[in-house]
Design a binder for this molecule. Structure first.
Ligand code: SF4
Length: 326
């Protein structure tokens, strides 16, 4: 694309950079866990599932010696570390690792582990559990897998919430995936609360601070721009939600892109303003790459649309801390 005008000058483009954006504390911890394991134990380090949903991150860890597998079957019997991804795993996975005497390191985000614990407490108290989430997402599989098959029912849509027929409505609880749309989840929860007034759930929902803050920033920027770009992977739940939020907040053009090379310039020609954000697993270097790509075609000025500062930090998994015994 060349957006130059008749005088050969690039047209101006105001980029509104959403903040916070990009890496959350759970993603930082998971990536640090793989890097620290590589430093401490050398390569290879096995990682079950993409440590976070971002190709750039996965490829850079692969170059350093991480070997990504989808199942423990692909890990040979050895003393190499096997790291579980930030999304969490069903209970059968650590059980299988223990049975095979593998050196397992759990990089599940503590905010996902918190949801696992909530589900287990509900089950202990004899409650039927509804999980508001997306079928097939690793986090959903991990949360459902904390309890025996059939103990957790997945609620994907408001329609599911309207139709669900619990065994005993007085013994009902819900938990949620951490990366959902705040607005959709509020609707689903309100349907459940209206139908089952005694349903037990978290004080807020289980949607994490990072998901909420990134969606709020997009809500602020979207009405002010002609188009919005979300940097993130198509299998990243929180990135997909950011694009939906942009659309619903009045942004007529939006795209989820992994790299600058993915930008469809016919869509982003002749705009005067652009919102830019990144999902929780997308590194800042990719945001810079997008700005640089627009700067080739436009005279870019960048403004921040800032929300709350984030200072959440999760310590590394126990085995990887400096004070950990061998
Ligand atoms: S998006 Fe939220 S729950 Fe998921 S890894 Fe990041 S902080 Fe944890």
């Amino acid at each position: 694309m060349s957006a130059k005008n008749a005088d050969g000058e690039k047209p101006p483009l105001r980029i509104l950079l959403c903040a916070p954006r990009g890496f959350c504390a759970g993603v930082v911890r998971a990536i640090d866990a793989v890097e620290r394991a590589l430093e401490k134990y050398g390569a290879p380090v096995y990682v079950r599932h993409e440590i976070v949903h971002n190709k750039y991150v996965v490829e850079s860890l692969r170059r350093k010696g991480a070997v990504f597998v989808e199942d423990l079957d692909e890990v040979p019997n050895c003393d190499r570390p096997v790291i579980f991804s930030a999304h969490g795993v069903p209970k059968t996975v650590p059980q299988e690792a223990e049975r095979r005497n593998l050196f397992a390191i759990d990089a599940t985000c503590p905010l996902v582990t918190k949801v696992h614990r909530e589900a287990m407490v509900h089950a202990k108290r004899g409650r039927e559990i509804l999980l508001i989430g997306h079928a097939g997402h690793p986090e959903t599989i991990g949360t459902m897998g904390q309890l025996p098959a059939g103990a957790v029912t997945l609620i994907e849509t408001a329609e599911d919430a309207r139709k669900i027929k619990p065994r005993d409505p007085s013994q009902l609880a819900y938990v949620t995936q951490t990366t959902l749309s705040v607005d959709d989840t509020a609707e689903t929860v309100s349907i459940l609360r209206e139908r089952f007034p005694s349903i037990v759930g978290p004080h807020k929902e289980d949607i994490c601070y990072a998901t909420t803050n990134r969606q709020d920033a997009v809500k602020r920027a979207a009405p002010q721009v002609d188009a919005m770009i979300v940097v993130g992977a198509p299998n990243s739940s929180n990135s997909l939600r950011l694009r939906e939020v942009a659309q619903r907040s009045g942004c007529r053009t939006s795209a989820l892109v992994q790299r600058a090379a993915d930008i469809d310039w016919s869509t982003f020609a002749n705009i005067e303003s652009l919102g830019l954000t990144a999902g929780a697993s997308a590194p800042e270097v990719l945001v810079d790459e997008i700005i640089d790509a627009f700067a080739l075609n436009y005279r870019v000025s960048v403004e921040n649309v800032s929300g709350p500062a984030e200072d959440i930090f999760f310590p590394l998994p126990r085995q990887l801390r400096d004070d950990a015994g061998e």
